[in-house]
Design a protein around this ligand. Structure first.
Ligand SMILES: Cc1ncc(COP(=O)(O)O)c(C=O)c1O
Length: 482
């Protein structure tokens, strides 16, 4: 049997470049060497207690709040997942109605399940040219709030995995006019607001609760995250209570020291680190303008009037639909031929994640690989001929049951092929990004089945289904349990 630690050590020796999270990129020159065993303690004298912080942890969290301009900031050591569960529980009572972007991470649906909420889903605009999901607009939010005065909370994801940033300031104004809180899952945006090349963060834009995965886009350990709490619309005592419920009672001092070190780096050296990073990104995008068949997403270059969303350039999205390669083929080539491990792959694109910890060598390696691959490809057709119809995005599905009902009614396993018209009893998603293709309680359509099958045929891994193969699916039966 191979032991995990030995496997990790062996992997490190291979020198595969990490174009994925965590954002420290295993860059020891920047992070310094840290022996986790020598600093791994529990709540001993002089080291405070995360669940009732009075001393050093309180100071550290106040420093974090200052850095982001937030009223209160909490360290999270169970990832943004715990922050989302806390935010949803703190803003709602059991059975409330909530307005939620349908392109949210699965953790949001788990929060909805736990609070037995009634979700109304907002579907993001779709970029027809590229087949990716774009922003949620203030108008969409307003329309739903006008129609459904019972809504108690609005929750959106911004930036998306692909880097699309919604107009949170305008959405916050709309939501606040209804005296309810806006929660932003900004798991992918802990680096926003530290340099003019990036959009502002949602704390600055007026959201009430904002969740940041420090580990995704800043140099910090996996699992580390922040929850920012602002304004008077959220009961802060409830936030503190749910932080105790959804976080371990033995928070790791190694992880917390990792958050502290990361934010200290941003505070003390952020200007120069972000300047250097932006220079590297600018160079990278300039190079990629010359690619022929592969296409790197640069929405700021598109000739569109009234661009309705901002974009986070830290996300490098490489589209393959103008070439004979699929997303999976490009992803495999980058890994096996050029030793670059990317963060995510979809049918028609590969996503590389970057951060201030990326080296010049890392960017050079990616550019070199992309040009070598591009030269070996023939261009498929003119850009206007590309058909993105078959590319995945979440479509309007009918909500028949709440997720809580769907999980708790009697469920049965049937063949996926035979499931059109039935109500899903389990969640199905690709990981990453972890956005459900179907949420429990939604009616299964032909399109859902085709999408799942196309993804499988494209070599992507479908997760969440009990059978592990997506041949059968759990659907809601007629009878209630018990
Ligand atoms: C948009 C979004 N929100 C939340 C999460 C969960 O974050 P964490 O892994 O820090 O728990 C993820 C994870 O990928 C995500 O992509």
């Amino acid at each position: 049997m191979e032991y995990l630690y030995d496997k990790l050590k062996k992997y490190k020796e291979q020198e595969i470049y990490p174009m994925h999270m965590p954002g420290h990129k295993r860059n020891l020159e920047l992070m310094g060497k840290m022996d986790p065993y020598s600093i791994d303690i529990t709540e001993i004298d002089g080291f405070d207690n995360l669940h009732d912080a009075q001393e050093i942890l309180k100071e550290q969290m106040e420093e974090a709040a200052k850095l982001y301009g937030s009223m209160h900031t909490h360290y999270l050591i169970n990832g943004s997942t715990s922050g989302l569960l806390v935010a949803i529980a703190a803003c709602t009572k059991k059975g409330d109605t909530v307005l939620v972007a349908r392109n949210c991470h699965k953790a949001v649906y788990h929060g909805i399940f736990l609070q037995e909420l009634v979700p109304i889903y907002l579907y993001p605009n779709v970029d027809e040219k590229y087949g990716i999901q774009r922003e949620i607009t203030p108008e969409q939010v307003k329309e739903q709030l006008e129609k459904n005065p019972e809504i108690k909370m609005v929750l959106l994801t911004s930036p998306t995995y692909e880097g699309v940033v919604s107009d949170i300031a305008a959405i916050a104004d709309v939501v606040h006019a209804y005296h309810i809180p806006l929660v932003v899952d900004e798991a992918h945006g802990a680096h926003l607001g530290f340099h003019s090349a990036f959009p502002n963060n949602s704390v600055a834009c007026g959201a009430d609760l904002v969740i940041h995965s420090v580990h995704k886009t800043l140099p910090a350990f996996t699992q580390t995250a922040l929850l920012h709490s602002n304004g008077e619309l959220v009961d802060y005592d409830k936030v503190k209570m749910y932080l105790q419920i959804f976080q371990t009672s033995s928070p790791s001092y190694v992880l917390m020291a990792g958050i502290s070190n990361c934010l200290r780096l941003v505070r003390e050296q952020g200007m120069s680190l972000f300047d250097r990073y932006v220079e590297r990104l600018t160079w990278f995008y300039q190079q990629c303008e010359k690619l022929e068949a592969l296409q790197v997403y640069m929405p700021w270059k598109e000739q569109r009037t009234n661009q309705p969303y901002a974009f986070d350039p830290s996300k490098i999205v490489i589209f393959t639909q103008y070439s004979e390669l699929t997303g999976v083929e490009l992803y495999d080539l980058l890994l096996h031929k050029y030793q670059i491990q990317c963060e995510m792959v979809s049918k028609n694109y590969v996503l590389a994640m970057t951060s201030i910890a990326d080296t010049e060598e890392g960017f050079h390696r990616l550019v070199k690989a992309l040009f070598a691959i591009d030269e070996s490809l023939t261009k498929k057709g003119s850009r206007s001929e590309i058909n993105t119809d078959s590319l995945f995005y979440v479509t309007n599905l009918m909500l028949v049951r709440t997720p809580y009902e769907a999980y708790n009614l009697k469920r049965e396993s049937i063949s996926l092929d035979q499931s059109v018209g039935r109500v899903a009893g389990e969640q199905i998603y690709l990981y990453p990004p972890g956005i459900p293709l179907i949420v429990p309680g939604e009616q299964i359509t032909e399109e859902v089945i085709t999408t799942i099958q196309e993804y499988q045929a494209a070599g992507l891994q479908i997760k969440g289904m009990q059978d592990g193969k997506a041949k059968t699916i759990l659907v809601v039966g007629e009878e209630k349990n018990g």
